[in-house]
Design a protein. Structure first.
Length: 423
């Protein structure tokens, strides 16, 4: 059997829409909208450069139904570069690009193979003594343990399993085609190419069971380098795994202790010092950064009362460091300096907010109220409401309200509270 390499990618989410960034800076937001395409082009470049015999895409090539045919045409155009260079592509459908979710279709380039959504399909690559076993999905919601349908390994050959699955569950991801590591190991395959989980993870070392992570971060919860995995095969075994960094734009969160800052100049210096290595680590990529400030500071009241002005100040500092840095948000996790009198005055109010933040019934009621408001609110307001799977991030909104109320009660807030931008 000849030694060879292949590339394992997943969760590309071509043309995934981005919410919220346009409300911050439309010019910089455009760079992030284009990032999924640029990252896919980089993936094809990497596969060609590595002389990979094939590319595996383990689900969610697309984010959902195409807005128009340009999404599919881009995939065909870029993928054909790899097939013309002698590479092949094997892909399955995941929850986002299940057949029920995609209404448009284009002919695939010769050398691109989409595995069946009805049952596990095995494709032989005789020249490599390799079998690729995989199955895609027709529906967005799948609770069946599909791993149990995979056949035993072909003896004496290199066997690859391809599956879009949450395994036993991963934070931030819906359960999808759940299964256990033991369910995968029972097949005897030499490599499992998984998709669905957006953080890179080598779940099992030998044989490797790998989530490569998504190719391009899409929001602030998908931070750090993103890409694919280059797999080297020697003598029917995996001899090497290399994480390929291919993202075209980066998301990061930075926590900064401003407890020792007594004026704005000191605070700005602290932000500048912490942002500098983060920007440098992006190697020229556009960066969307969320800044979290913590610590007890006399500036807390002014920051809470003038949130937008303060965010704009930090955006200006970020622009000093690089042209393509966008401050996605500034989270105030600071506190007013501890004084006995103030602590006594505000203890009951803090307790009240703490109780509300921990009350599921109150949270649900507020979600329902916000749902009604969303029907009438202008788009620029809606874009500023960061959402989770169930809707607006209610806990964040309540925390912001708490900070603003406490800031307005702080004696030092003075006239600033009267002219501030609010939460």
């Amino acid at each position: 059997m000849p030694d060879f390499t292949f590339v394992h990618a997943a969760d590309i989410h071509l043309d995934s829409p981005l919410r919220g960034l346009y409300a911050r800076d439309s010019e910089l937001a455009h760079l992030f909208v284009q990032a999924s395409r640029k990252a896919y082009s980089a993936l094809i470049d990497a596969a060609i450069e590595a002389e990979a015999r094939f590319l595996i895409i383990a689900g969610d090539l697309y984010d959902g139904d195409w807005k128009d045919y340009s999404t599919g045409q881009f995939f065909v155009r870029e993928t054909a570069r790899l097939t013309r260079a002698g590479g092949r592509v094997f892909l399955i459908r995941g929850n986002h690009d299940a057949t029920s979710e995609i209404s448009r279709r284009l002919p695939l380039p010769e050398g691109v193979h989409e595995l069946s959504v009805r049952s596990v399909q095995s494709i032989e690559l005789a020249e490599l003594e390799t079998v690729i076993h995989g199955r895609g999905f027709a529906q967005r919601q799948v609770q069946d343990n599909v791993a149990l349908e995979f056949p035993p390994a072909r003896p004496g050959w290199f066997n690859i399993g391809v599956l879009h699955t949450s395994l036993t569950g991963r934070a931030g991801h819906n359960d999808y085609a759940p299964c256990s590591v033991d369910d995968l190991l029972r097949t005897g395959y030499q490599y499992w190419a998984l998709g669905h989980v957006h953080a890179r993870e080598v779940v099992h070392e030998d044989p490797p069971i790998v989530f490569p992570g998504n190719l391009q971060g899409r929001h602030i919860r998908e931070t750090g380098p993103k890409g694919a995995t280059l797999v080297t095969v020697e003598n029917h075994r995996v001899a090497g795994l290399e994480a390929l960094v291919l993202d075209a734009a980066r998301w990061e969160q930075v926590a900064i202790d401003v407890g020792g800052c007594t004026d704005e100049t000191a605070l700005h210096d602290a932000v500048r010092a912490q942002l500098t290595p983060v920007v440098a680590g992006c190697d020229g990529r556009p960066l969307a950064v969320r800044i979290r400030l913590h610590g007890a500071t006399g500036l807390h009241a002014a920051m809470a009362a003038h949130r937008e002005q303060f965010r704009q100040d930090l955006q200006a500092i970020a622009a000093e460091l690089a042209i393509d840095v966008l401050v996605e948000d500034v989270r105030l996790e600071t506190a007013m300096p501890a004084t006995a009198a103030l602590a006594v005055q505000l203890a009951d109010l803090e307790d009240a907010f703490r109780t509300v933040l921990a009350d599921p019934a109150f949270e649900q009621a507020l979600r329902e109220d916000l749902a009604a408001i969303r029907q009438k609110a202008p788009k620029e307001v809606l874009d500023l409401l960061e959402e989770d799977e169930r809707g607006p991030d209610v806990k964040r909104l309540l925390a912001a309200a708490r900070d603003l109320v406490l800031a307005r009660l702080e004696p030092e807030a003075g006239t600033g509270a009267e002219t501030g931008d609010g939460a």
